[in-house]
Ligand binder design. Structure first.
Ligand SMILES: [Zn+2]
Length: 151
């Protein structure tokens, strides 16, 4: 047992924890080891922030859902090609692939903007979250309109 392990043991014990193991529910009272005696799960002292659904995350999810819609449309187009034995409809596929590429680039850029976006005003964050919620719907209907116009 290393010095760090002994220090961790001391911390767990000194907390006077009296409650269930987070994995198996075995009752722990002032645990003297880093592992649950019942299931062996490693017990750790952690300080973590609770999960927050931030505007940044909502917008990221909107981008990811939009990518899924594009991939779905491309797959449906290719199913049609396979089922009918027809040629690849590039006039439909090219806008889909362009939108997909644009969404991938936007997602990569959005990931880099995490810290910058955290400093934006509340109004900007609320509007961005709303746009993130609406983005998959907008992408879907713009694609539908494109397909109808390109027929
Ligand atoms: Zn356990």
């Amino acid at each position: 047992m290393s010095v760090a392990d002994i220090q961790k043991n001391t911390q767990l014990h000194s907390l006077g924890y009296d409650g269930p193991c987070p994995v198996c529910g075995f009752h722990l009272k002032n645990p003297t080891y880093n592992n649950c005696p019942e299931c062996g799960h490693e017990l750790k002292l952690v300080i973590e922030s609770p999960f927050r659904m931030t505007a940044w995350l909502v917008f990221l999810m909107g981008l990811i859902a939009s990518i899924a819609i594009c991939v779905n449309q491309i797959c449906l187009l290719m199913v049609g090609v396979i089922m009918n034995g027809s040629n690849i409809p590039w006039r439909f596929l090219f806008p889909e692939l362009s939108a997909l590429l644009l969404l991938f680039v936007a997602t990569a850029v959005w990931r880099l903007l995490f810290n910058w976006f955290a400093r934006r005003s509340k109004t900007t964050r609320v509007v961005t979250a709303f746009i993130g919620c609406m983005l998959p719907f907008a992408v879907f209907y713009v694609e539908v309109v494109f397909i109808v116009l390109l027929r």
